[in-house]
Design a protein around this ligand. Structure first.
Ligand code: ATP
Ligand code: MG
Ligand code: MG
Length: 378
C-alpha cells in the first residue's frame, strides 16, 4: 500500500495509524514529541515542529497524501504541503475551525445558531462584550483551547477584565452560558465528490469541561437528530471539507440546537464507532483521504464510552482490571502514553449492550470498579 503522512502524534493519530495498517497503508507521523502515541505506532517519525520546512518537505516527498489529527497545526504548513501532495482536510477549512471567532462568524454566515457571543480582541472590547452578552458567561481563548482549558466561567461582568488578563490578554470570545438539556455530536465523513456519510449522534456528558462519557443512540427525538445531521452536513459543505469532521451541539432546554464547535478531525465522541459501527471514524478518515468509497456507518449495537483520565491507566495490571475483562461487552483501548497527568486522556473503554441505558450502567459500573478508591493496591 501507499505511504500516508499524518500531522500530530496524539491518540487520534494513533487510532488512525492502526486503521491505516489494517488496510495495508504505511504512515509517517510529523510531531515534535519524542514519544507520542501515534509516532510509536507509525512506520516513521519525523520529529520536528509543525512549521519545520525541511520536515514538511520530507513528508511531502515520502507520502502519497497527508492528513491531520490535530486542529492546531499551522494552516500555513498545510498550505505548504498542499503545493506538493494532496492534503485533506485543506488548510482553509482547518484555519476556520482553529479560531473560535472565525468559526462562529462562518456559522453565522451559514445561518446556523450558536450561543450568543461577543468578540474580545483586546481590553478595549471588554465593556461592549459585557453589555452584549448575558451572564453567567464563559470567556474562551479564541485559539489553542481544548478539554475546557483556556476558559474561565464568570457569574457576573465584574470578573471579566481579570479573566481576560488571566487568559493572557489574547483574543477571546465571551459566550453566554446556555442552559443545556443535553449535549450531542455528529461525526461525519465527506468525500472529494461531496458525498457524505454521517454516524448516529452521540450524547455527551462533560465533567470539568472534559468529555467524560458518550452514549449512543442519543436520547433526542428523531426530528432533532435529523436536523443536527443536516446542519453538520451543511457545515462540511460550506467548508468544502474532505475528511472526517465533528460538530458539537448544545441542545437547549427549549429544544433548540446550537452549534458549540467544529473539530476538523475524528472526535473523542466518535470513538464508539471503532467498537460499534461497521466502519470506524478512523477507517473513514483513511477512505476520504485516499479517495476510496466511504464506509458503512451503521450502528451494530447500543454502546457507551467512558474516557479513562489521569494517572491510573498506564498499564492493564492489578486485580481491578479483572472486572474489565470479566464484563461481557466491554472493550479497553489504552493509548500507551508514558506520562500521566490529572485529567489527561490515557485511554477509553466501550461497553456494548442491548440498550443505551444498559451499556451506560455497565460502563459506569466498570469505571467505578476500576477507580483507585475501590482498589488501594493500585
Ligand atoms: P474540546 O476538548 O471539546 O475541544 P474545548 O476546550 O474547546 O473542548 P468547549 O467545547 O468550548 O471546550 O467547552 C467544553 C464544555 O463546556 C462544553 O462541552 C460544555 O459542556 C461546556 N460549555 C462550553 N460553553 C458553554 C456554553 N456557552 N454554555 C453552556 N455550557 C458550555
Ligand atoms: Mg474545542
Ligand atoms: Mg468542545
Amino acid at each position: 500500500g501507499a505511504t500516508l503522512g499524518l500531522l500530530g502524534g496524539g491518540q487520534l493519530g494513533r487510532l488512525f495509524v492502526l486503521a491505516a495498517h489494517e488496510s495495508g497503508y504505511r504512515v509517517i507521523v510529523l510531531d515534535p514529541d519524542a514519544d507520542s502515541p501515534a509516532a510509536r505506532a507509525a512506520d516513521g517519525h519525523l520529529r520536528a515542529r509543525y512549521d519545520d520546512a525541511e520536515a514538511l518537505g520530507r513528508l511531502a516527498a515520502e507520502c502519497a497524501a497527508v492528513t491531520t489529527e490535530f486542529e492546531n497545526v499551522p494552516a500555513e504548513s498545510l498550505r505548504m504541503l498542499a503545493q506538493h501532495v494532496p492534503v485533506h482536510p485543506a488548510a482553509e477549512a482547518v484555519a476556520t475551525t482553529q479560531d473560535r471567532l472565525r468559526e462562529k462568524r462562518f456559522l453565522q454566515a451559514m445561518g446556523l445558531a450558536t450561543a450568543p457571543f461577543a468578540a474580545v480582541r483586546g481590553p478595549q472590547d471588554l465593556a461592549a462584550a459585557a453589555a452584549a452578552v448575558r451572564f453567567p458567561a464563559i470567556l474562551k481563548r479564541a485559539s489553542f483551547g481544548y478539554d475546557g482549558k483556556g476558559q474561565i466561567r464568570l457569574d457576573a461582568p465584574e470578573g471579566l477584565a481579570d479573566a481576560f488578563d488571566a487568559l493572557g490578554g489574547v483574543e477571546c470570545v465571551l459566550e453566554q452560558r446556555v442552559e443545556l438539556a443535553c449535549e450531542v455530536s455528529v461525526v461525519l465523513a465527506r468525500a472529494g465528490d461531496g458525498e457524505i456519510a454521517s454516524y448516529p449522534l452521540a450524547e455527551n456528558e462533560h465533567r470539568d469541561g472534559i468529555l467524560a462519557i458518550s452514549s449512543v443512540p442519543a436520547r433526542i427525538d428523531d426530528g432533532l437528530a435529523a436536523q443536527a445531521i443536516e446542519m453538520a452536513g451543511r457545515i462540511a459543505g460550506g467548508l468544502d471539507y474532505r475528511g472526517v469532521l465533528a460538530v458539537e451541539f448544545f441542545v437547549t432546554r427549549d429544544g433548540r440546537l446550537l452549534v458549540n464547535e467544529i473539530a476538523p478531525r475524528p472526535h473523542n465522541s466518535g470513538h464508539y464507532t471503532v467498537d460499534a459501527c461497521v466502519c470506524s471514524q478512523f477507517e473513514q478518515q483513511l477512505r476520504a483521504l485516499c479517495g476510496l468509497p466511504l464506509g458503512d456507518t451503521r450502528l451494530l449495537s447500543p454502546v457507551a464510552m467512558v474516557n479513562l483520565l489521569g494517572d491510573r491507566w498506564l498499564r492493564p495490571d492489578g486485580p481491578r482490571w479483572q472486572s474489565l475483562y470479566a464484563m461481557h461487552g466491554a472493550r479497553l483501548h489504552l493509548y500507551g502514553k508514558r506520562e500521566a497527568r490529572p485529567g489527561r486522556k490515557m485511554g477509553h473503554l466501550c461497553v456494548l449492550a442491548a440498550t443505551r441505558q444498559a451499556a451506560l450502567d455497565a460502563a459506569l459500573q466498570l469505571d467505578a470498579a476500576l477507580s483507585p478508591a475501590t482498589d488501594d493496591a493500585g
